[in-house]
Each structure stands twice: as structure tokens, then as C-alpha cells.
Design a protein around this ligand. Structure first.
Ligand code: NDP
Length: 273
């Protein structure tokens, strides 16, 4: 029998997850059906409950429900617990397993796909929202030389630094403190690119060998990546690779097979062009 999966969100029509998982399944010969599931903001538990009753095997969770999924899970992995957010649910033997694959997705994209080590590098993350909470643990596990979080609302960056202090040292700063400093990896994890804005980074933070990484993916360069290009950053990347890598980790959790991500990322890039 075909196993059923879906991505749940509000909105969800833009999600590329059905394309990605369908390609993974085709590639690996797995018999799955993967759909989009819309839920009203107050109906997450109800919609997921029905999906489970219908015999579904798992769910990916996108905005704004990662916290709901975290609360719904009866079993949590260490990384989901640290992130306080779940993007992958697995339904098995009457239990609801919650995991968070966003951080692993980002780290694999940077380290394996872009071939850019995080170990020993000075890493700067812009933003202190849900996405950052999901990636801090896996980034610290790579042992960067330093990790700095800059956020408009400083107290949110400070709270994250405190919360992850058992995993490693994090410096929390306001954007103005970045003036005169440079970093090897700068990750834009704010939502500014979605509104065609730029986070308020001072000039000069990009060095000649800096990797500028925007978690948002888009057809052309985002304002953040355009700024990095203007300042001659060494490498530019958007979040499409992260999206496909986090999906691959979900697929591995569900099906026990690691799909070929490079091919699917290229196909998706063509599709979005
Ligand atoms: P949140 O809404 O939780 O956080 C948004 C962050 O952006 C906050 O730190 C906020 O700062 C900051 N921000 C928003 N507007 C501005 C502005 N004008 N200037 C400076 N900072 C600003 O979002 P998420 O953390 O969930 O997601 C962040 C981005 O990452 C999204 O665009 C999302 O699409 C992307 N993402 C990509 C993934 C992928 O697979 N490629 C996976 C997950 C997320 P403040 O705290 O001060 O409000």
C-alpha cells in the first residue's frame, strides 16, 4: 500500500516539499504519496489528528506550526528539544515522534554541498527567530572559532545565547556592534529578504573569502546577497540547498534511505528560474 505523507502550513500552496519528496521517491523507488495540507490557525491538532486516523505515516511542518508540532509530539529527539520546534513528525505504533532537520539541512548544505568548513571559522548569524533556534545546535556541533548572533531585538539574541550556553559560547549583539568587524560565514536568518529588505548590517563585514548565505531562496539575488556581492564576498548562496537537505533528512527518517540531493536541487533551481 502507498504510504502517505504531507507538508502542513498556513499558507502552504507555495511549498516545494511535494515536488522534492516526489522526486526523492522516484529516485529511490519508494512507494509514497506526498500532499499539501492546509490548516486554519486554530485547527492544527484537528487536521493532523484526522491525517493520522486516515493512516498517514508522517508530516513536514512549515510556518507557523513548528511550535504546535513540538507540543503535539509524544517523543522528541535531542535536536528538536533544543530547537523547541519540530519540522518532521513520524506516526508509528500509536506514538508521535518529533524531529527538527533544519539545522542538519543548513550544515550539510554549507559543509558538503558548498564545501565550506564551519569548523574553526568566525560565524555570524543575523536574526534570532525560529529558524535560528533550529540551527544553533548543529552549527555549534561543528566547532566554529566563534559564533555571533546579531538581532534587531537584542533581548531575543541574548535569550538564545543563554539557552544554548550548554552547547557552546554564543555572543549576542545589536547590529551596530558589527561595525569594523569581519566574519568568515554570514548567515542571513532574518525574514528581510521576503519583503525585499536588507538587515541593518554596517558596511565592511564581508571579507574576500566570506561565505554569504541567505536562508531565503529566490530567483535572483536577495538584497542581502546583492550587498555581499557589492562588498566582494568570496561566495554567495541562498537557502534552496538547505530546503532540499532538510527534506532529505526527513525522507531518511521516514524511509531509511538517503536520497541524492544535488540532482533534486538542480531540478528545483530550473523549476524556479
Ligand atoms: P521569525 O519570524 O521567527 O524571525 C524573523 C527574524 O527576522 C527575527 O529575528 C526578526 O528580528 C528579523 N527581522 C524581520 N524583519 C527585520 C528587519 N526589517 N530588520 C532586521 N531584522 C528583521 O522567522 P523564522 O526565524 O522562522 O524564519 C526566518 C527566515 O528563514 C524566513 O525568511 C524563512 O523563510 C527562512 N527559512 C528558510 C528555511 C530553508 O529551508 N531554506 C528553513 C527555515 C526558515 P526581530 O526579532 O527584531 O523582530
Amino acid at each position: 500500500m502507498t504510504d502517505r505523507y504531507a507538508v502542513i502550513g498556513n499558507p502552504v500552496s507555495h511549498s516545494q516539499s511535494p515536488f522534492i519528496h516526489t522526486e526523492f521517491a522516484r529516485q529511490t523507488g519508494e512507494d509514497i504519496q506526498y500532499d499539501r495540507l492546509y490548516a486554519d490557525l486554530d485547527k492544527f491538532d484537528e487536521v493532523v489528528g484526522q491525517f493520522i486516523k486516515d493512516g498517514a505515516k508522517g508530516l513536514n511542518i512549515t510556518l507557523p506550526f513548528k511550535g504546535n508540532a513540538y507540543r503535539m509530539a509524544t517523543e522528541l529527539t535531542e535536536r528538536a528539544r533544543a530547537a523547541e520546534a519540530v519540522n518532521t513528525l513520524t506516526f508509528k505504533d500509536g506514538k508521535i515522534y518529533g524531529d527538527n532537520t533544519d539545522g542538519v539541512g543548513l550544515v550539510r548544505d554549507i559543509v558538503s554541498n558548498l564545501d565550506f568548513p564551519i569548523a574553526g571559522q568566525r560565524v555570524l548569524i543575523l536574526g534570532a527567530g525560529g529558524a535560528v533556534r533550529g540551527v544553533l545546535g548543529p552549527i555549534l556541533a561543528e566547532k566554529p572559532a566563534s559564533l555571533t548572533i546579531a538581532n534587531r531585538t537584542l533581548i531575543k539574541a541574548e535569550a538564545l545565547a543563554h539557552q544554548f550556553s550548554a552547547h557552546g559560547k554564543i555572543e549576542a549583539v545589536g547590529y551596530e556592534v558589527l561595525a569594523g568587524r569581519q566574519f568568515d560565514i554570514i548567515i542571513n536568518a532574518t525574514s528581510t529578504s521576503l519583503s525585499n529588505e536588507l538587515p541593518p548590517i554596517p558596511a565592511g563585514v564581508f571579507a574576500a573569502r566570506t561565505l554569504a548565505y541567505d536562508m531565503v531562496y529566490s530567483k535572483g539575488l536577495t538584497p542581502f546577497l546583492r550587498r555581499a556581492q557589492t562588498e566582494n564576498a568570496g561566495m554567495l548562496a541562498d537557502g534552496l540547498g538547505m530546503l532540499v537537505e532538510q527534506a532529505a533528512e526527513s525522507f531518511r527518517i521516514w524511509r531509511g534511505i538517503q536520497p541524492d540531493t544535488r540532482k533534486v536541487t538542480n531540478e528545483l533551481r530550473d523549476l524556479l528560474a
